[in-house]
Design a protein around this ligand. Sequence first.
Ligand code: C2E
Ligand code: CA
Ligand code: CA
Length: 549
Amino acid sequence: MVFGTIFMMGANLFFGLDLLLSIATSSAVLILFFWTIFHQDIGNTAYNIAFGAFYISCFVFTSYINFRLNRERHHVFLNATEARKQHREAVERGKALLRLSNTDYLTGLENRRAIDQRLRDFWGEWQNSGKDFATLLVDVDFFKNYNDFYGHQAGDHCLVLVANALKEAMLPFGGLIGRYGGEEFIALVQTENADKVEEIGETLRRTVQSLAISHEPRKDGLHVVTVSVGASFTHLQCCEKMERLVTDADRALYSAKANGRNCVRIYDPADPHTGDSNEHIAALLRTAVQKGLVSVVYQPIINLKTGHVDAVETLMRMNLLDGSPVPPSVFIPIAERTGSIHDLGLWTIRQACKDILAPRLSPIVSVNVSPMQLKTKGFAQTVAAILEEYDVKGHQLALEITEGIDMAGQSDIILCLKDLGAMGINIWLDDFGTGFAGLSWLRLFNFGTVKIDRSFLQDCDSQQGRIMLKDIVSLIRNRGHKILVEGIETQDQLLLLQTMRIDQGQGYHLGRPVALPVLQDLLRADKSADIAFLPQDTTPKIVRKAATD
Ligand code: C2E
Ligand code: CA
Ligand code: CA
């Protein structure tokens, strides 16, 4: 009996058996007990009732406690299961969030954040085990123009197509590609030689072109979407900072854009177009005015009917510290890229006012301005302040703006031009025919003078070239603009332009760009008619006595 009781308690309370099993075992003990006392006739009735009651209450009590314990255990089990499930879900959610925060929402490629991490990984491997890698920036050409023409939805679709194509093209090289922002993608790939980098860049470029996504409004002869690629390669340079690789790739990309787009450029410190010398020039430009490294020269603009100087064009010059000159085709784009053009541009206007307009040397002086200057807030007001400072009227100043940029959609530029125009300042369209939007420019703004690029005059050796120039001239003339032809280098060219009744001309044959003192002499001679003219009734009327340089 005692052992039976102990067993019943053990089975129900201590052994941790399953509820059914412990009830079964303690029931077995109970049945055995009753079987014994009824069949073995162990005690009297009172004994049987007392111990029977004891056994039954022991059975009920321990089973009940067992039931409670099991229920408790079951709850604990359920809670634990639930907690495990929640934990699993939280981990999944975390992973999804991480994926989301590392993925570009539009293209599904890795985004900038993820790529930055990958770049750190590549960089670490290069530093630790010398594994060279290339960073390639891939930028869709004229994408703003594409968006403006086809709409943003089509623009997004175009980016998705380009992204998918780039991703696929990258697979054989074992690299990865991400979206770096806007229409710019970035590829990272481990490789050992620069030729391979070139090959990868070229593959990416070709892949996008072969998609043949129509891009009609391009005015550069192509009608499909293309990309420019700029790359940097750890093998070609030794830089201390990881960020430098992206900056250098960006510089190469800039060079690719400047080279007509749809091409590949690799940053090479030894290459003057992408290399460190640009950095040097950019640094010099920041303090060029204070250090006297920039100056201006003036080129006369001649009235082809009277033979007199109508105006002079101001042209900026730059010298390095050792005095060697840097061509404007090199330093102007750098100044534009680095923002130095803002100060330099204003300095040039000030210089022209001081040198030419304040002493009333020429009725008009023209100054070249970059589109980014026109985009700067308050540019028109600053120019007004300069004019006031030198007591010159707006109509004495002309600003030459080149049609090299796409003005469509650039409402801030048009507004600025209108503000300048309201002050009486002449706005001239420079290099007409070289950009891709010349005609639309003529529609967008009423330019006082249109300067036809010298390439048209150079083509006049052929009959076809002459017809072309004539067509352009009549087109501009019909719109009521004054016409200036640039780059007159020979007497024949001058004659031709006079027969075409062109208003003004400019070129080495009429006068090269010269420093102020030389210009002063020239203008003095012009005023006193000390310039050799042909007899009044014969054409051409003008032959300069000395083409001063
Ligand atoms: P641009 O405005 O078309 O300037 C005319 C360029 O043609 C000048 O070159 C001038 O020297 C050159 N030129 C003049 N006549 C002849 C000729 O008969 N034959 C030939 N082959 N060339 C001739 P430059 O000074 O080298 O200027 C190049 C460009 O640099 C300018 O082209 C202009 O776009 C830019 N630039 C010059 N100064 C400034 C400036 O102050 N600000 C800005 N934003 N750009 C400037
Ligand atoms: Ca010009
Ligand atoms: Ca020009």
